[in-house]
Design a protein around this ligand. Sequence first.
Ligand code: SF4
Length: 118
Amino acid sequence: MSYYITDPCIGTKDTACVDVCPVDCIHPRKDEAAFLAATILFIDPDECIDCGACVPACPVLAIYAEDDVPESQRAFVQINEVWYKDPTEAEKLIGEYITSAPDQMALDPKDRAAAHGK
Ligand code: SF4
């Protein structure tokens, strides 16, 4: 299993999650070249040890355990995984998600998690 970062990270990229992750499996970090271009941060599912430390660290409640990812956010399971193999493809998938969810994207990032289950 792994944890996954979802749409409240769009427009946030807070990086508090990066600071608490004990295995450094959330990227890109602020000191990595890919940080500026990345729309969100991504959890590497092959490295995540399911500790859950990142969940309360996120100020916009963007992170879920795999089994808890809301239906509306399922695209982000693939998006997190794909970024570690093909960042361009991951950004393309994020773009498709943004286009498909205008009402969700119109919300402030801090209000999106509350709308995930609706
Ligand atoms: Fe890192 Fe733990 Fe979050 Fe996985 S669950 S991304 S290991 S902090």
